[in-house]
Design a protein around this ligand. Sequence first.
Ligand code: GLC
Length: 477
Amino acid sequence: MNILFAASEVAPFIKTGGLADVAGSLPPALAELGHDVRVILPLYEEIGENWRQEMTFVKYYYVRLGWRSLYCGLFQLERNGVTYYFVDNEAYFKRHGLYGHFDDAERFAFFSRAVIETPDQIDWAPDIIHCNDWQTALVPIYLLEERYHRRTLAQTKSVFTIHNIEYQGRYGREVLMDVFGLDYSYFNENMLKMYDDVSMMKGAIYASDYVTTVSPNYANELQYSFYAHGLEGVIAANRYKMRGILNGIDMAANDPATSESIFANYTSKKHKGKAACKADLQSKLGLRQDPNVPIVACVSRLVGHKGFELVTQAFHSMMEMNIQFVVLGTGEWGYEQFFRNAQIQYPGRVSTNLMYSAPLSNAIYSGADIFLMPSIAEPCGLSQMFAMRYGTVPVVRTTGGLADSVPPYQPNEDTGLGFTFGSVNPWDMLDAVRRAVDVYQLDPKAWSRLVTRDMEADFSWDRSALEYQEVYQRIHP
Ligand code: GLC
């Protein structure tokens, strides 16, 4: 099949979150199944010179967006069996930061129109256009009309994947005609209308031929308003064409046996290198050198829905245990301030790193013992998978993809991959951390078997790529 995958960020070119990891690893997995997979993304200012060197200029054309006629340059590069297209328009994308600009609705409406325009321009007919989150949510809507007068789109079907329903692309109704170039027939309850606004994500859910989300459990949770953020009715109405497919990660690029981005290599059978990574992490971060004290780590944006209210409330009780604590990430001022103070309060035991750093995150995945992820909502979550791959045992709240990827540890059967708790409550979280620390300290052999199981667990795309293929074939037989 010909598959055009549209996303607003794609690793390794440009990344702010998990969407980029998925857009970077699912398309190569689909290409391996024998499909012609092409990925399209904006050419942001922040895409590095090293990648630009590899790109070739394809052509330029003009894209219509309402009354506007807009320049669209197309660059291309090949990698891992996939063709990547970069959409160039400096007025929209030569800026600092991917999102959060006053004209985001217009920038991504332009990008979505460019996605629709490009197949004719390169003379390639996609069977499927696979879109992701609100930034590409207009694509399935534009496709409703454009498929009738574009040669390459006549047979094209659309798939829309929800990575996080909290970000819906919601704007005042005045954007509909002026910015999106759509007429008022689209302002109806079974399309873009959301109360008096437009919701791009709602429109995509109705307009797409199929909707997926990034874990089976999140697909289930979306029937509740607690998780669906106002779209629970929309989800219910469209459930007939929806399913959850668990994300995978690139297992080869994240193999502790071969990875060059960690201090020492190790395997699921021989953990020695992991101890070296731990010693290195302790010395790097100014933690007391002690191989026997478990390091509990958080690598996350420091925001409420990642569960930091629980972490901060239980923090001092948690530090009464003989543990060290590492945090990496940026976010809300209150949490940043809390961890700044904690580092002063617990010298040699707490390390606060208020930044985004890929090298340090790898040092933490490989050097820590326990990975704490108490998210309030987590559509899939990839960090827990990276942590397990590097033999760091997760403690998670059983929500979204965390519930699907971290079966609870069962001491009697010696099964499970991590420690879990259910309710949004700091003391339940503390109890789960305590259970983990207990096994670490009191039963090192069981802990070591748990680390081995985590490292050997299969989080590859193998199964999930087949599930996407099944979805594509169902709507495009
Ligand atoms: C979003 C979700 C995260 C998911 C990622 C990739 O960032 O918040 O849970 O893993 O998308 O699908």
